[in-house]
Design a protein around this ligand. Sequence first.
Ligand SMILES: Cc1cc2nc3c(=O)[nH]c(=O)nc-3n(C[C@H](O)[C@H](O)[C@H](O)COP(=O)(O)O)c2cc1C
Length: 220
Amino acid sequence: MTIQEAIKARHSVRAYTKRPIDGEVLETLEQEIRSINERSGLRITLCRNEPKAMTCLLAHYGAFENAENYFALIGPDEDDLFERCGYWGERLVLLSETLGLNTCWVAGSYKKSTVKAMLRDGERLAAIITVGYGAKPGKPHRSKTYEQVTETSGPVPDWFRAGVEAALSAPTAINQQKFRVILRDGEPSLRALRGPYAKIDVGIVQYHFEIGSGRTIPIE
Ligand SMILES: Cc1cc2nc3c(=O)[nH]c(=O)nc-3n(C[C@H](O)[C@H](O)[C@H](O)COP(=O)(O)O)c2cc1C
């Protein structure tokens, strides 16, 4: 499965089997995390066989089951931390999908104190992403339309449309899709609207747009 195919195939999965993440799959994930941390300045950590973060009441009501593995998205407490965690975290989400794993972003319904215990001085926790072998496949989310998320002027190239299509498949907090993809004088940019965790969302959308369009896109 390619990353492009992973964008179409991915849906949030909250219930997992007990199958451990090990062998080559684990090695691939750990290698990618090392590479991401070197490039991004983040300190993303894969926590395995750690049931405490996802066994609080909120996680229970959220229908999480056997969610004992997760990426903890940790980095320096800087202004753009949430956007950066969105971008690099989604890279791990889509890689996981190509490896036969399933994921779910979790920014609200987990026991933050458990994960915060890992923080070092000057660091902040943005969210976690549960990862594992899904007990059943996820379902497609309802989506806004191309028109609802774009602001364009002048001719619209195919690469822009392809980028927006990939952006509309991105996971967002409570499926809010509070972002705009803008095309001005032929240059694309992204804007986060107001909403819970919309800064993480816009980083996630940035990665999807780049994969779909083959172009980089700055966040305004
Ligand atoms: C930043 C962010 C935070 C999220 N937080 C939670 C959460 O706390 N609990 C939860 O059950 N799902 C959470 N989700 C998952 C979303 O509800 C889900 O991505 C959205 O409904 C779209 O569905 P899909 O991922 O299957 O496309 C979060 C997603 C994102 C991107």
